[in-house]
Design a protein around this ligand. Structure first.
Ligand code: ATP
Ligand code: MG
Length: 589
């Protein structure tokens, strides 16, 4: 996908794969227009025939032809609508998929700034605006121009004076529309921007319903909502004014056109230089002009919306991830015991606060198969350290290397997908999807068979939980988490079991678990951590006891790092002090 697309490039990219369908669509539209132009000629022959007293047979034939052509036109019209929709849906769905994938690959920093609701509005709302652009706009716009040109040609054929006057009137109308249009695009774009913000906001507070209710924050939420609604209304009003003005142009133009025909008719008809059939046809053609001209204004409005949307889609495509894959991927290796992890003099600051280093001078090596317990007060940088290991961010200085101890590879040399496949993560917040237990565990990978899933569930001790579910693995789980924190955590362990990684990151839930669940988790951890390297952000004494090494962070720096026994043996160590003062209370303080 190119960084930025002109409307033409977009058309080419998404219409080329279905070029034959588009060709068929163009043919259908052309056929409809041709029939529209021919039909009045048949009527003219009929009227003139009646006037000239032609035999009934002939008149009946002409009438029959008229009916056949009219029916044919309806059928072709129907077919062109169908094919047009087909083209539009195929193209917009492909674009939607491209944009969604692009968003998934963008940095975490981007997702922090842009709310899901806003992105939904862009990935779906803006692209919806392009449906007609793909299916019909270009074809119909050209078709309507063609139809208008055809009608004008016929009018010139009838009489050049009427041809010329109608042409002038239409030209003035088109000019007015053009001028009004130029001012409309920025207004429409501004409207869509505030709409995206509004949806982002709505998504945010729907997501936080529980927090809002429990804090009685409804009035504040509503106040901000009112403000956004008012702004949307103002911008909508602003762009609507122009649109309404635009809509009145065709009517005014046609009032003028009818005046011209009446004058022409009175002048020519009473001078007996024109037949009733010709006069009828003149009226009919001018009326026929009404349709394309009317449609042109609407289509130009749609085109503006489409152009505004294309601008916004381009903005999104223009966002580039800064975390990029090295085109020459190195291959990550590990030992049967796990993976070796090295932090080499690492410093890191988040992009939005580049002057505040969240981690500083982090330098250590964790041997394969070792369990590192990471401790530290809230905000000391523990979660940040684990995110760097997953390469959600790149270090500001220094490096992280992984490998088998012999070859150590900088994370930036690896393919991100390869890296993340080999690291298992369980975070404080377990994200469940609105899907079956099976899909939640395999993350929609259908190649993992049930035996493996059941074995993993047994390993973490969830088999009795599964046995109680009404439909077993096919039971639907709600995304909002009707599971207890402990169950969710165990499900996350099962995911890791299935992925079988060599390095595990565990950001332990700080909330207390009931003793039964705690025991389950302990048993699961026994199996999970076997023959893997582990970094645990530990909150519970049981987990800390399991660690081979302890590292204590304070304000982004390592204040202590050693084997757990060594730290225990030294009553002066931070770790011993922490244990004496009660681990959880000390960490939470
Ligand atoms: P806790 O024990 O509460 O989970 P933590 O040790 O995991 O804390 P981090 O989440 O790593 O702490 O945060 C370290 C610092 O970085 C904090 O000051 C926090 O405000 C800041 N921080 C965390 N995430 C971001 C982010 N995405 N953008 C900017 N700053 C951030
Ligand atoms: Mg944290």
């Amino acid at each position: 996908m190119p960084k930025s697309n002109t409307p033409r490039q977009l058309l080419i990219t998404y219409l080329r794969p279905q070029k034959w369908t588009v060709f068929l669509l163009a043919l259908l539209v052309l056929a409809v227009i041709t029939l529209q132009l021919i039909n009045p000629q048949v009527m003219r022959a009929f009227l003139d025939g009646v006037q000239a007293g032609q035999p009934l047979d002939r008149l009946t034939n002409i009438a029959a032809l008229f009916i056949v052509l009219a029916v044919l036109r309806q059928i072709l019209q129907l077919a062109s609508t169908y094919v047009g929709e087909l083209v539009a849906w195929t193209a917009t769905n492909a674009l939607r998929a491209d944009l969604a994938l692009h968003c998934l690959k963008l940095d975490m920093g981007f997702h922090k700034v842009h709310k899901p609701g806003e992105l939904i509005e862009r990935v779906d709302g803006d692209i919806n605006q392009l449906a007609t652009f793909f299916s019909q706009l270009v074809i119909r716009l050209s078709a309507n121009l063609l139809l208008a040109a055809g009608v004008l040609a016929f009018l010139w054929g009838i009489d050049w004076t009427i041809g010329l006057s109608i042409m002038l009137i239409v030209a003035i109308g088109a000019l007015i529309i053009r001028v009004l249009n130029r001012h409309a695009i920025p207004r429409v774009q501004a409207l869509r921007e505030v709409e995206a913000t509004l949806f982002g906001y709505i998504e945010e507070w729907l997501h936080g319903t529980e927090t809002i209710r429990s804090n009685s924050a409804e009035p504040y939420i509503m106040q901000r909502l009112y403000r956004l609604l008012r702004e949307r209304w103002q911008r909508g009003h602003h762009s609507m004014k122009l649109t309404t003005a635009l809509n009145t142009v065709p009517n005014s133009v046609f009032s003028l056109a009818y005046v011209a025909i009446f004058t022409f008719g009175a002048w020519r008809f009473f001078g007996e230089r024109v037949s009733i059939g010709t006069l009828y046809v003149t009226f009919y053609y001018v009326d026929l002009l009404r349709e394309p001209l009317w449609q042109l204004t609407r289509q130009i409005e749609q085109l503006q919306r489409a152009l505004a949307s294309i601008n916004r889609i381009n903005e999104l495509f223009g966002e580039q991830p800064t975390i990029l894959d090295n085109p020459r991927h190195a291959i990550l290796t590990s030992t049967p015991q796990g993976m070796q992890v090295t932090f080499a003099d690492l410093t890191f600051a988040y992009a939005d606060e580049p002057d505040t280093a969240v981690l500083q001078g982090i330098d250590f090596t964790l041997a394969p198969g070792k369990v590192l317990g990471l401790l530290g007060r809230t905000g000391s940088g523990k979660t940040t350290l684990t995110k760097l290991l997953l390469r959600f961010y790149d270090p500001t200085k220094g490096a992280i290397r992984l490998g088998d101890g012999v070859t150590q590879i900088d994370l930036r040399e690896l393919a991100q997908s390869d890296l993340r496949r080999q690291i298992g993560v369980v975070t404080q917040q377990v994200q469940l999807f609105n899907a079956t237990v099976r899909q939640n565990l395999t993350l929609f990978d259908a190649t993992i068979d049930d035996d493996k899933i059941l074995a993993a569930l047994r390993a973490v001790g969830l088999h009795s939980w599964l046995a109680e579910l009404p439909h077993g693995l096919d039971t639907h789980l709600a995304a909002d988490g009707s599971l207890s924190a402990g169950e969710a955590q165990l499900l996350a362990f099962t995911r890791v079991f299935l992925a079988d990684p060599k390095l595990i990151i565990l950001d332990e839930a700080s909330s207390r678990l009931d003793p039964a669940t705690e025991q389950l988790i302990e048993k699961a951890l026994d199996k999970l951590l076997h023959k893997r390297t582990v970094v645990i952000v530990a909150h519970r004494l049981a987990t800390v006891n399991r660690a081979d090494e302890i590292m204590i962070l304070s304000q982004g720096r390592i204040v202590e790092h050693d084997r757990r026994e060594a730290l225990l043996a030294d009553p002066e160590s931070h770790f011993s002090t922490l244990l004496r003062s009660g681990l959880e209370e000390a960490i939470a303080a």
